[in-house]
Design a protein around this ligand. Sequence first.
Ligand code: F0G
Length: 482
Amino acid sequence: METVKFFSGEQVPLEMHKVRMVQRLNLLPVEERKKAMEEAGYNTFLLKNRDVFLDMLTDSGVNAMSDRQYAAMMLADDSYAGSETFYKLEKALQDVFGTKYFLPAHQGRACEHILSKAFVTQGSVALMNFHFTTTKALITESGGSVEEIVSDAGLEVTSSLDFKGNIDMGKLQEAFDRLGKEKISFVRLEAGTNLIGGQPISMQNIREVSAFCREHELLFIIDASLLADNLYFVKVREPEFADVELNDITREMGKLADIIYFSARKLGCARGGGILTSSDELYSQMRTLVPLFEGFITYGGMSVREMEAMAIGMYETLDFHVIEQTPIFVKALSDEFLARGIPVVTPAGGLGCHLDATRFCEHLPQTQYQAGALASAAYIAAGVRGMERGTLSEQRNPDGSERFSNMELLRLAFPKRVFTLSQVKYIADRIDWLYQNRELIGGLEFIEEPPILRFFFGRLKELGGWTDKLVAKFRADFGDSL
Ligand code: F0G
């Protein structure tokens, strides 16, 4: 994006790319949307994409790629071992992060699987600013547990703090004093955060956590899946870095962490993942797990075509015009909502716009899954598929009781460079209508509840026939409009 001044004086961000391939979209009538939601068990993961107008479920693996990424795919070297493509990607990652070793894995959670197998022991605790669903499930599966030490502001829906995702150094010290070095498997910093509204982490915080871990001999891991957005916030919100090259920032991160891993479905706009380190010892601890779980060490379960695209995508992440598009769109939609009094996470972060279902659906109890209900209602109202990021995305406590999420959010993710501003205006309009009619949104109840990662496959039912009332009101207000 490039901000230009209009004749009127308004400052407007302009896309510094043009779209050269498009995909047809379909917006079903509201009655059919209601039926599709019911068939999907009120779980947006189970909707068929053909029934979705704007797919804002995630930015994972669905970002627009550049012409240079597509061109690179044609050059891929298919060899099982020693593929030239691997060395190209390894070089790109060395250039970007300055780290020595690259272990490929087929996606982010595959990296987490390897990290859990290598470093999580029975009864150990992984400290982190905040968990991600797959991270926690894999650590738990290896016999460890997760403790969150994010700043208090990170758990407040509205705030004016710039870096709500930061680790609270006092909480880190307290956890270290209580648990001791031996019990801590590692300290993980998710940069930026996922489940608490795409909130960023400052370089200052990364430096402090790194220094603490070095002093106390703790393993320090950065999850860089959401790094593209985080880099943008470091540049625009942390004065020291305003004039620093993006590559200098990523290289400093590479020095501060013992291990960096990422989902390349997000970072680098392709499909895959990787683990980086400069330590010979850590590398050899993890290396044998790659051929065991992923594939040979020079492809790690990825298609070489994706690896070629990823290499280019990593370099493109260092282009400010590329990385600023998502944060600008998230802010544009958040501002549209705020102007209409609709509750959202503030300040606007990366990844997507996060509606606050606790306030949006304050007439519903948390036991009826406010964020899940809002996700269903938003699909019925707008054909928009968002993702529940609340209690449904939690795991139950070991005794089977419900573990209520700190926040009940509906995430409307922005795949990078995929949507237009008129689509943003459409979402704002339909969600505004839903907000004016929020009393019509009712609760949900499980009818099928898997024990692990229940939000992927769980099926629910609506309580009290509220979706019919919502559809009737939509028709009354919009006539025969889609
Ligand atoms: N870490 C973070 C911070 C993530 O956001 C994700 C994925 C992963 C790890 C796992 O990576 O999907 O490649 O296995 N987030 C996706 C999302 C699924 O929709 O936010 P993966």
